[in-house]
Design a protein around this ligand. Structure first.
Ligand code: C5P
Length: 221
């Protein structure tokens, strides 16, 4: 095990969607399946890393029992779990589709359908990745994801800079077979030097391997 490239390295991974409660029975969520994040956690683990996986609501299961899984529901829960596990992490791969907005108030009882129209007031959630980017120590590696539908590369580079990332994984919804729910993904990796690598459509396990190999390279620098 000592021979494995990530032996002794502590990795933090987020996966899946978050659910933002509206009332006791309803929430705002998204289509993230958690597949990419779980594949990454498994791949990092198979390469010898100690993995903490912070997962939003998902039906996914890890292959490796050694992965420390923390289940969360909301963006606020995920932020707290990330902050509690960030200091010990050598690298963080933030794959979760975190809600950007959450209801200002959560109704204590089920909202009844008395009126024809209903508005729910929303406020911005805290950007977890950006928060970690601000706290990052020298030597700590931060990897983010960007799912875009237009101006893909420019938006990804903007995120890389704004969030102080070392690497960003871009997947475009314009590529068939990429993005959420699919078992396959097609990604472009962009690092801080704006060095760009584009991969073929592959299954998410193979995509996870490509990302891990890049992480190993960057950790060596
Ligand atoms: O800006 P955008 O949400 O598209 O950035 C996506 C990246 O940021 C992903 O890596 C995602 O996990 C992370 N993120 C986060 N906290 C948020 C929103 C996004 O960590 N509140």
């Amino acid at each position: 095990k000592k021979k494995l490239p990530l032996f002794g390295q502590n990795m933090l991974v987020t996966a899946g969607p978050t659910y933002e409660a509206i009332d006791p029975v309803r929430f705002i969520g998204n289509h993230s399946s958690g597949k990419m994040g779980f594949a990454l956690a498994d791949e990092l683990s198979s390469l010898g890393a100690d993995v903490t996986l912070i997962a939003g609501p998902t039906a996914q299961r890890s292959i490796f029992k050694s992965i420390k899984r923390i289940d969360v529901v909301s963006a606020a829960d995920m932020l707290n779990a990330c902050l509690a596990n960030f200091d010990k992490a050598d690298a963080c791969v933030m794959c979760a589709a975190v809600a950007d907005y959450t209801p200002v108030t959560v109704a204590s009882q089920k909202i009844k359908k008395h009126v024809d129209g209903l508005s729910i007031e929303l406020k911005k959630t805290t950007d977890i990745l950006k928060t970690l980017g601000q706290q990052k120590r020298t030597g700590q590696l931060l990897v983010g994801f960007a799912l875009e539908t237009e101006n893909e590369e420019q938006y990804a580079i903007d995120k890389l800079k704004k969030k102080n990332l070392d690497l960003i994984v871009l997947n475009s919804l314009n590529d068939a077979g990429a993005g959420f729910k699919n078992d396959t993904n097609k990604v472009t990796l962009i690092d801080r030097n704006l060095h760009k690598t584009t991969f073929e459509l592959k299954n998410k396990t193979e995509v996870a391997r490509d990302i891990c190999l890049r992480v190993i390279e960057l950790l060596k620098k």
